[in-house]
Design a protein around this ligand. Sequence first.
Ligand code: DAH
Length: 345
Amino acid sequence: MAQEIFDKVKVILAEIENTNPSSAEETEQFRIKYLGSKNILKPLFGEIRNVPNERKKEFGQLVNSVKEAAEKKLESVKSKVAEADEAAEANSLDLTAPGEPLSVGTRHPVSIIMNKIVETFSRIGFTVAQDREIEDDWHNFTALNTPADHPARDMQDTYYLLHDTEKLLRTHTSSVQIRTMENQKPPIRAIFPGRVYRNETISARAHCQFHQVEGLYIDENVSFSDLKQTIEYFAKEVFGHQTKIRLRPSYFPFTEPSAEVDISCFICGGDGCNVCKYTTWVEIGGCGMVDPKVLENCGIDSQKYTGFAFGMGVERIAMLKYRINDIRLLFENDVRFLNQFKSAL
Ligand code: DAH
């Protein structure tokens, strides 16, 4: 009777030695059968009472060795199965197959121009600063010499916030000039790229949002000729070395004297075309010497320091450069339009 139990256990041991699971599923079945909570050895424990006392120890050792054998087998089989799975996966990969084509994005024309402007001014020592789009009246108007009743406010139709009418969406990046001068001591040499908003009827020529880059240089003895040199350098870098500039007297409340910046038409090169409307010049922005009142508003001594400022519209430059005839195209993000800028920077 006792021998019978010993034999049963030995049969199980032999079974374990001869079983070689070859897949993850078979391995799991093996584990359940020999090591699971309801394993095949369990019923044999009940029969231990039939084993004479002097052989109980031997029986215990035998059962243990079965368990160990099962564990050992499971370990070795597991790693073999994992290896086989890996190899099968590797074989299913065709390493000679051509790669999936990557769809390469394009930069938006406004970003291309903006980057070009930033890079051009960085080369002559201008740093870049950005600030908030929701401004207060002081930074957008009053500090820029445009108090509440000033007629020049009509030049820029303004969006005021509904719940806080003290605040507005900045109408130009000149507000960042003020914030910079309030927070830094001269010398200051910086440009301010950013988005601005005006309450304009949207058309092919105008939009209620667009981008500007503003420039500011404040130091001792900064003169109008420095301004002219800087604008000339910029125009030649961005539009080509044959480009000429023309400064036309104009009016801005925050600069005195003020000028409108024109560049020679780079499309017709002076022959006249419909882009320059046969004038051979195209306008790209405004500039001037910072009004002493503006310096004083920001706590800068206007007896000691002078400076120049300029501002230009990025969409306008992009439209001129890429001959885009409708500003709305720049805000619609139609990929058929954007894909045309693949080769640009
Ligand atoms: N802020 C002006 C505008 O939006 C542009 C401008 C003109 C900026 C002259 C300047 C400047 O800094 O000197 O129309």
